[in-house]
Design a protein around this ligand. Structure first.
Ligand code: ZN
Length: 180
């Protein structure tokens, strides 16, 4: 995202959430903070902010921040080559996250981004509050949405090639690769 589209303001909001969470990160990690809009052009509605804490060939640990009500679009980490695909563990430190997974419709608090209903097929709502955590196995569709306070989470992954991630919304570019 370019700075002219409000990303400075979003960046401040994200840093404020991190401060409130009590999670301490290094200056370099603040500098590397990445605001991802998935090529959809409306960060506040569909997006996520991430910064890596560990990123080696064996492990990826990052801070994942969602603004209040912000949605991380529905996607999957499919198998590729000899890998079963990327496993994803989310631990919520501040605020709350609703994780949507395959299963019965239990949607209560969440709201589909208006006009995007076709790209959000999962309605099984799993509310994660501090310091809850959830592991999403490889090859399982999922999407996230923050509660009213936003959310600050740790996210853990075995290393995987991020370009294999696939999104329900065909407007998300195929090779977007920051990792989520
Ligand atoms: Zn994911």
């Amino acid at each position: 995202m370019a700075d002219s589209d409000g990303s400075d303001r979003y960046r401040e909001q994200v840093l404020d959430l991190i401060r409130r969470s009590g999670v301490h990160i290094r200056d370099a990690e603040i500098e590397q903070l990445l605001l991802v809009d998935f090529g959809l052009g409306d960060f506040e509605r569909e997006g996520v902010a991430i910064t890596d804490i560990v990123h080696t060939p064996a492990l990826r640990l990052k801070i994942l921040v969602l603004l209040p009500g912000q949605t991380l679009p529905e996607h999957i980490h499919p198998p590729y080559d000899d890998s079963p695909g990327k496993e994803e563990t989310l631990r919520v430190i501040y605020g709350s996250v609703r994780v949507y997974l395959p299963g019965p419709d239990t949607m209560k608090e969440g709201a589909l981004p208006p006009g995007k209903e076709d790209f959000y097929t999962l309605r099984n709502e799993n509310l994660i509050q501090p310091i809850g955590q959830l592991t999403i196995p490889p090859d399982v569709w999922h999407w996230f949405q923050a509660g009213a306070q936003g959310a600050v989470c740790y996210a853990f992954y075995p290393q995987a090639v991020e370009s294999h991630n696939r999104f329900r919304d065909p407007r998300v570019p195929k090779h977007i690769a920051p990792g989520y």
